[in-house]
Design a protein around this ligand. Structure first.
Ligand SMILES: C[S@@+](CC[C@H](N)C(=O)[O-])C[C@H]1O[C@@H](n2cnc3c(N)ncnc32)[C@H](O)[C@@H]1O
Length: 367
């Protein structure tokens, strides 16, 4: 038995001993840690109920309504089509989670986390589509045993794997969700990297062009292009035109798993794409990007990464199960992606720090 096995065995025997737990909770010195641990475990046990409180707040548009001004429980009941007792129950549950807050006069307003959540465009859209993941996770062991996919979330995005790769109606919901949640990512990337040092940029798997339009505003001289499946490309053209950056954007329709990528771009970006793919297609994609770049051209890859310090649950717990339910891909750590990039020939691979690694980590590499 090595030292690590001995240490974890000893630690775990102590921590699971009811006598030790009782003692630690009573002693003033260990009490704060004991309480913190108990709270963490309770949150783990009850987290699915918290998520459903959030779901009810989003679907009833409770937070949007409270953002317009304080309301009584009765007014909330009328606005959300709930009985007054149901509205009061939801408001209290949401207050316990800091989504709502009761004023001294008894009316309700937004809580501090409710306000922060509303300020982040896209979170509400993510929550609204979580019923798909929730259904797929009803029996997590069944999902793990069948190796992923086959459920509601897989059907939602599976156009990319279908013959013909989707028509406008099939790609619309997923593409719209990606566009709505893109500002969370784009801000982090644009703050962390100077795009104006490049001449021509290609965003691979760029969806409806939300990231590209954000970069367009930050780097006015940059020529821009997007590569995505043809049906998504059509939506990107419309979205970029309506956002006012259409004249700077070229759209290339195709599959990055079947077609070569267009050449002549000194920067290729890959935002929230690699983690959607299993290792073989992910390596194929990295190889195609390497082949498309000129010497010293750069790859900027941005996505939430596994085992990011302080954001561990977002990687292997949330995205680990999300991508399993989707039926393809896995969250990877920076080191894993760096290893893959190196294997296809990239050099000078480095991490660029972002303000919010929970949502966005960045890897930069050179051909
Ligand atoms: C998770 S979304 C990310 C979209 C965008 N980069 C963002 O962050 O909002 C993945 C994108 O990859 C595209 N995609 C998936 N498979 C593809 C393929 N084989 N060829 C080209 N694009 C593909 C999807 O259509 C989708 O737009």
């Amino acid at each position: 038995m090595n030292w690590q096995e001995r240490w974890t065995g000893w630690r775990n025997r102590i921590l699971s001993d009811p006598g030790f737990q009782h003692w630690a909770a009573r002693l003033w010195m260990t009490r704060p840690v004991a309480r913190m641990r108990a709270r963490r475990i309770f949150d783990l046990v009850a987290g699915f109920a918290y998520s459903q409180v959030l779901d009810a707040c989003i679907r009833s548009r409770l937070l949007d309504r409270l953002a317009e001004g304080p309301m009584t429980s009765r007014a909330v009941a009328a606005a959300t089509d709930l009985p007054e007792a149901g509205a009061e129950r939801l408001l209290r549950a949401a207050a316990a989670l800091r989504l709502t807050e009761r004023l001294d006069d008894g009316r309700w307003t937004l809580g501090s986390d409710g306000a922060a959540l509303r300020g982040n465009g896209g979170i509400a859209d993510m929550v609204a589509h979580h019923h798909l993941l929730y259904a797929d996770l009803a029996d997590p062991l069944a999902l793990l045993r069948r190796g992923g996919g086959g459920g509601a979330l897989a059907r939602y995005w599976h156009y990319a794997e279908d013959v013909g790769q989707g028509d406008g109606d099939q790609v619309a919901p997923y593409s719209a969700l990606m566009a709505a949640s893109q500002p969370l990512i784009a801000k982090q990337v644009i703050d962390a990297y100077r795009f104006s040092r490049h001449r021509r940029m290609l965003d691979v798997g760029g969806g409806q062009g939300a990231f590209l339009c954000a970069v367009a505003a930050a780097a006015p001289a940059l020529e821009l292009a997007l590569f995505d499946l043809p049906a998504v490309g059509v939506r990107a053209r419309q979205a970029c035109d309506s956002a006012g950056c259409g004249d700077r954007v070229t759209i290339h329709g195709g599959s990055f798993l079947a077609d070569p990528l267009p050449q002549g771009y000194d920067l290729i970006t890959l935002v929230r794409v690699l983690h959607d793919h299993d290792d073989d297609p992910a390596m194929f994609l990295l190889r195609s990007i390497h082949a498309a770049l000129p010497p010293a051209g750069r790859l900027l890859l941005a996505e939430p990464m596994a085992r990011t310090r302080g954001a561990e649950p977002a990687g292997d717990a949330y995205f680990g199960l999300y991508l399993l339910a989707m039926g393809s891909g896995r969250p990877r750590s920076f080191e894993e992606i760096a290893g893959m990039a190196k294997a296809v020939g990239f050099r000078r691979i480095r991490r660029i720090r972002t303000a919010m690694p929970l949502t966005t980590s960045i890897l930069l590499a050179e051909r």
